[in-house]
Structure formats: structure tokens, C-alpha cells
Design a protein around this ligand. Structure first.
Ligand code: PHE
Length: 442
């Protein structure tokens, strides 16, 4: 066997995979795109996609990584054959990782900035209007954004240099449970707010008239984004598993955890929206406008805000680390470069691309191009879903029944057939319809 680093056990792996999946996608992106897409019907499509498309592809990626014991490109060659064209999925995945991390780290920087403001007690001293406008004023201040963006990238680089056991594992084990605890606490508090009932109605009543073709694709794309699918992160994390570790239940656990966290975050944020008269469709600033408002009204809110933004920062960091790991694992193995060198090299490149994203937020980007928005849209709505579609086809048709049997065992025939045909037909078809429908309708 190889002398590759491995996770110390199944729990460590579940937490690491959950660390990758749970991040800004859950706390920041899910609530805001649910808001801009009108709520319930969007949520339903998203939930269906997690179950029908997300879980099977999660299993497929884990399998490819675990059996390949290699990075997101070369794993395809091990499980199929040398120079297989399917390795192109991994190559596009690496490009996606670069693009996603470049805007993700900017939002990570906003979270750090809010953590700093919490620590110095800024929110406690401001009027409601001022609190609402905090992110807007940060948007205009490119230097301040650049500062926190640099810190965030530096932290991600630091963890990845530490490697699988010392870097990735150690943090996830402590911080994930802490995040869940505080989120559940906030949820119970939000049930006492006047807007809680409307929040539930907004999230869970199926108002189809609000849903557009673009909204459907956003929901499908978000299912990939939030589970870290379609670009090799789960292949890479799977490659640090021992070859015998069970996969199917692990995938379901991570998907369940990730979805639960997104829904709880959504419930809390929309309770604040409907209690204090915010705009549900206000876009990327939603989380940053609403939560500080809750914290200033809360007894002990000063402390809650410090802990909360710290944990969101950590959740973002563990996801950012998994993005960087995709690239570093590939570069390290392919070009025989030392881990620390590969990490610094790519950290620097992504930081530079991220600067373009910051400048496009502050309105100073070259040619006025919205790099932030373009990278986000391109990756979540096209690269990840199409990458996932291809992975699903690869798993179902090329690897086929043998791989499926490895995952579900010999006894469970119905589960095997279910997984086989979901990956062969159902999941690819669902993605193809969503992407095709959007293209036709735009
Ligand atoms: N899943 C992460 C989140 O929800 C983002 C991510 C996407 C991480 C793709 C890795 C790969 O925040």
C-alpha cells in the first residue's frame, strides 16, 4: 500500500468532510439565495437535489478517491486507466477550486472583519440603521477588505501546510460541534421572536409562482456547492481514507448534517428578517445585516456575537482548506513539489485572483468587471453541476455494478439497483434538465 497520510479514523473523516461541506454555503449563501428566489419552492428543489443528486454523487466521489488513493486528477487514472479522458473532470475541478476560493476568501474576510467589530463592541454602540449599513461601508473600503482577505488566505495556507492529520483534522474535531451547539441555541432563541412563524412559512410553503428557470438552476447548483461536490474536494478527502472504510452511511451523515445546518441558519436569519422588517431578498449582505441586529438585542449578545462570528470564520476556513487541498494534493503529487512550496505557490495565485474579487466589490476592478459575481455564477451554476453530472455517469456506466456493490454490499440488492440507476440516469438527467432549461430560458 501507499505511504499516503490517512485520517485517524472514521469520526475524524466524517468531521473533516463535514468541515468541508459546512461553511459559508450554509450560513451565508443558502439564506440569501433562498431570499432572492422567494423561499419555499426553491428550498424544496434544493432538498430534492441533495437527496437524489447530492448523496449519490457524494458516494461516487468518495469511492473514486478511496480506491484511487490519489489526487482529484490522477485518481481517475487509477480507477479507470492511464490517461483516461475522464481525468479532465479533475482538471476542471482544479480550476473551479481556484475560482471558488478566490471569492470565498473574500467573504471569509468579511466574517473576520465582523468578528473584529464584535470584539471591540462596535455593534453594541451603534444605532439600528448603522448596524444595517456596516457591510455596505465595508464594501466601499477596499483596503480594509484586502487586509482581512489576506489574513483569511494566510490562515488557510497555514492549515494546509500542516497537512492531513495536524492541519485538517485537529481543527475540525473541536470546532464543528461548537458551531452546531451555538446555532441550535440561536434557533431556540429565534422561536421566541414574532417573525418565527413567518420565517417557517417562508421556508416551507411551496409558492411555485416565485420560481424561475434561473432559480431552479441556482437550487441545483447550490446542492453541489454546499456539499463540496463536482470539483474533486470529496475525491481528495476520500483519498485519505483507508480502502475499506464504509462510504454510504458516511455520505448520508454528512449530507444530513449539512442540510440541517443550512435550514437552521435559514430559520434564524428569516426570523430576524420578519421580526425587524428586513428585506428577504436583499442579497449577499443578508447574513451580515440581520445577525448583528439580533445580537444587540440579546442579553449577553456581545459574547454571543464574538463566539458566533468566530465559529462562522472557522466553518469558512475548514471549507477553504478543502478547496486549497484539492489543488495542493494534485500539485504535490504531480510535480513532486514539497507540500509547503505547493501551498505557498497556489495560496499566492489565489490571493491575487481574490484581489480582483475585492476590487469588483468595491467598484474599482479593471474594466468594471464583476469578477466576484462571475466566478460565483460560473462555478456554482455550471462547472460544479456539469462536473457532478460527468462523475455520476463515470461512476454508473464506467465503474458500474462492481463499484456499486463495493459501496452497498452484496445483500442489499434494491439499494444497489437504486444507486446504480440513480447515477446512470436519474442524477445526470436532473442536472441536464436544470442546466438546459436555464440556457433555453435565458
Ligand atoms: N461546501 C462549502 C460551503 O458550503 C463550499 C465548498 C465548495 C467547499 C466546493 C469545497 C468545495 O461553504
Amino acid at each position: 500500500m501507499t505511504n499516503r497520510a490517512h485520517w485517524s479514523g472514521r469520526l475524524a473523516f466524517v468531521l473533516a468532510a463535514a468541515g468541508s461541506a459546512v461553511g459559508l454555503g450554509n450560513m451565508w449563501k443558502f439564506p440569501y439565495i433562498t431570499g432572492t428566489n422567494g423561499g419555499g419552492a426553491f428550498v424544496l428543489i434544493y432538498l430534492l437535489c441533495i437527496a437524489v443528486v447530492g448523496i449519490p454523487i457524494f458516494i461516487a466521489e468518495l469511492y473514486i478517491g478511496q480506491q484511487g488513493q490519489k489526487n482529484a486528477v490522477e485518481a481517475f487514472e487509477v480507477v479507470h486507466k492511464n490517461r483516461t479522458p475522464w481525468r479532465g473532470i479533475g482538471a476542471v475541478g482544479i480550476l473551479s477550486a481556484v475560482l471558488i476560493l478566490s471569492f470565498y476568501s473574500v467573504v471569509g474576510g468579511w466574517v473576520l472583519d465582523f468578528e473584529f467589530r464584535s470584539i471591540i463592541g462596535e455593534f453594541m454602540m451603534e444605532s439600528d440603521d448603522k448596524i444595517k449599513a456596516t457591510l455596505g461601508s465595508l464594501f466601499e473600503n477596499s483596503h480594509r477588505q484586502l487586509f482581512w482577505h489576506l489574513i483569511f488566505m494566510g490562515l488557510a495556507v497555514g492549515v494546509v501546510i500542516g497537512g492531513v492529520k495536524n492541519g485538517l483534522e485537529r481543527w475540525n474535531k473541536i470546532l464543528m460541534p461548537a458551531l452546531i451547539t451555538i446555532l441550535v441555541g440561536l434557533f431556540f432563541y429565534s422561536t421566541s421572536l414574532d417573525g418565527f412563524g413567518r420565517s417557517m412559512g417562508f421556508l416551507f410553503s411551496f409558492n411555485w409562482e416565485n420560481l424561475t428557470a434561473a432559480g431552479v438552476l441556482e437550487a441545483v447548483g447550490h446542492a453541489f456547492f454546499t456539499l463540496s461536490l463536482g470539483m474533486g474536494a470529496i475525491i481528495t478527502y476520500g483519498s485519505y481514507l483507508q480502502k475499506r472504510t464504509e462510504l454510504a452511511r458516511t455520505a448520508m451523515m454528512v449530507a444530513f448534517l449539512d442540510t440541517a445546518i443550512a435550514l437552521i441558519a435559514g430559520a434564524v436569519i428569516f426570523s430576524i428578517v420578519f421580526t425587524y422588517g428586513f428585506e428577504a431578498g436583499s442579497g449577499p449582505s443578508l447574513m451580515f445585516e440581520t445577525l448583528p441586529m439580533l445580537f444587540v438585542k440579546l442579553t449577553g449578545g456581545f459574547w454571543v456575537s464574538i463566539v458566533f462570528f468566530l465559529l462562522v470564520a472557522v466553518a469558512a476556513l475548514t471549507s477553504a482548506v478543502s478547496l486549497l487541498e484539492v489543488i495542493v494534493a494534485y500539485w504535490e503529487e504531480k510535480h513532486n513539489m514539497k507540500r509547503w512550496k505547493a501551498t505557498l505557490l497556489w495560496g499566492l495565485i489565489i490571493w491575487a485572483v481574490g484581489v480582483l474579487c475585492v476590487l469588483s466589490i468595491s467598484g474599482d476592478s479593471p474594466g468594471g468587471i464583476d469578477f466576484f459575481g462571475i466566478f460565483d455564477m460560473l462555478t456554482s451554476q455550471y462547472f460544479l453541476p456539469i462536473g457532478g453530472l460527468l462523475i455520476s455517469l463515470f461512476f454508473g456506466w464506467v465503474l458500474g455494478p462492481r463499484a456499486v456493490e463495493h459501496v452497498v454490499g452484496k445483500e442489499a440488492q434494491w439499494a444497489a439497483q437504486g444507486l446504480l440507476w440513480t447515477s446512470r440516469v436519474l442524477a445526470p438527467l436532473a442536472v441536464a434538465i436544470a442546466v438546459g432549461n436555464k440556457i433555453i430560458n435565458s
